[in-house]
Design a protein around this ligand. Structure first.
Ligand code: HEC
Length: 382
């Protein structure tokens, strides 16, 4: 444990991408207040549904929903990568309130979880900054390391979140930590070190030390081993920075990272680390340079988000693939985006929960027309 926390100090160094003038949108503080009301029920469905929590849960949901219009106002929230989580958040908060009012607390909780995913999808697009320490009154804090980790993660206090996720990992097998909590914690650590901090080096250090822990199950150690192989490769690469790099260098970087693992893996292994790292770089780029975006940037964003998204709630990957076709119908990459998208659609039909699965079938028909029209207009050689 000591050892892991030592590494933690290293892992949260500041990133070169932090913009000194960037302001936290006001509405975030209001969200935080509303979420504090919901905190006990955030991780535990039983607490969310408990009779004595009826009032705070109802009020928390309603307050959040009332605040949603604030998402549109702030100039920092206009980036391409923020649009989808913002929309998801609005849909989910509305649905959560409606279901709760009808007494469908199970469904309401599902929407609350999806909503939290929306918050995190935005937050992990901003690298490096650290929230000032903030004190929650103890009685409103959820109990247990895992619930605390998830709460701090949601509030963008990544150093505290890291501390608690690492403690969940080190307590596995000793305290009542479930296998699922262990898996989620490992993945969050990967997300924080790669998508947010963009440091394969630190991820490598942390996971090397976790891999040595006695109580981690063997199959998980094997998986971590695959991440470590990937991280050894990623450590050697030079990362582009959003402020100084051109679209071309961001495009080439992501191609170099992801081409190794997608669609075919060059070495048997994992593609998660590559996808977290590349998606972090790409998201920051599209948020700050929307007009300079290239077709392959949208393609790789779609692919890398698909690889890292919580599959229950994912939809942002399809958004970028569709955007690739809409913006660049004449580009050869548009066709690749299209075939990727139709493949996702086929997979989605089997198994997805169907929460807000937007009408992808009719969208595909529209996109195909766009592609065909672009081909027709190309000058014909006779
Ligand atoms: C549309 C994108 C977006 C969505 C959706 C979003 N946020 Fe944020 N949030 C941001 C950005 C951008 C920041 C500022 C990050 C920075 O630069 O530190 C932020 C910062 C925060 C902070 C940190 C404030 C601080 O002290 O630094 C909290 C807390 C927060 N958000 C809560 C929430 C919660 C809870 C939700 C979901 C109900 C949410 N946010 C949804 C974009 C978003």
């Amino acid at each position: 444990m000591q050892h892991m926390l030592g590494i933690l100090g290293l892992a949260l160094g500041t990133s070169a991408w932090v913009s000194a003038t960037a302001q936290v949108p006001d509405t975030m503080y209001a969200y935080r207040e509303a979420i504090v009301k919901l905190a006990p029920g955030l991780v535990s469905k039983d607490l969310f549904m408990a009779a004595d929590q009826e009032r705070p849960m109802k009020e928390g949901l309603e307050r959040l929903d009332a605040l949603m219009s604030g998402l549109k106002k702030h100039e920092r929230l206009q980036g391409l990568g923020f649009k989808i989580p913002a929309k998801q958040l609005q849909e989910n908060s509305h649905a959560a309130v409606t279901a709760f009012a009808k007494g469908q607390k199970d469904l309401s909780w599902m929407h609350l979880r999806a909503l939290v995913h929306g918050c995190n999808q935005c937050h992990t697009q901003v690298s490096g900054t650290q929230a000032p320490p903030w004190h929650l009154t103890q009685d409103r804090l959820p109990k247990g390391s895992f619930a605390l980790a998830e709460t701090w993660y949601l509030f963008r206090d990544y150093s505290r979140a890291m501390e608690f996720y690492l403690s969940v990992i080190s307590q596995y097998g000793l305290a009542s930590i479930t296998l699922d909590e262990l898996r989620v914690s490992l993945e969050k650590v990967l997300a924080m070190t790669l998508r947010i901090d963009r440091s394969p080096q630190k991820a490598h250090e942390i996971f090397s030390s976790i891999q040595k822990a006695d109580l981690i199950p063997l199959d998980i150690k094997t998986e971590i081993g695959l991440w470590l192989d990937e991280l050894s490769r990623l450590k050697k690469m030079t990362l582009p920075t959003s402020e100084t790099s051109s679209a071309k260098s961001v495009d080439e970087f992501s191609d170099q990272v992801l081409r190794q693992v997608y669609p075919v893996m060059q070495h048997p292994g994992s593609r998660k680390a590559s996808a977290y790292l590349a998606s972090g770089v790409l998201l920051e780029f599209v948020n700050s340079h929307e007009k300079a975006v290239l077709p392959r940037i949208l393609y790789w964003l779609g692919v890398s988000l698909r690889e890292t998204d919580d599959t229950l709630f994912s939809s942002s990957s399809t958004y970028y693939l569709a955007e690739c076709i809409r913006r660049f119908p004449k580009d050869p990459v548009a066709k690749v985006c299209y075939s990727e998208l139709s493949q996702y659609h086929q997979e989605q039909d089997t198994g997805s929960l169907g929460l807000f699965s937007s009408d992808l079938s009719s969208e595909l028909v529209r996109l195909k027309k766009l592609l065909d029209a672009a081909v027709d207009k190309r000058p014909q050689k006779r």
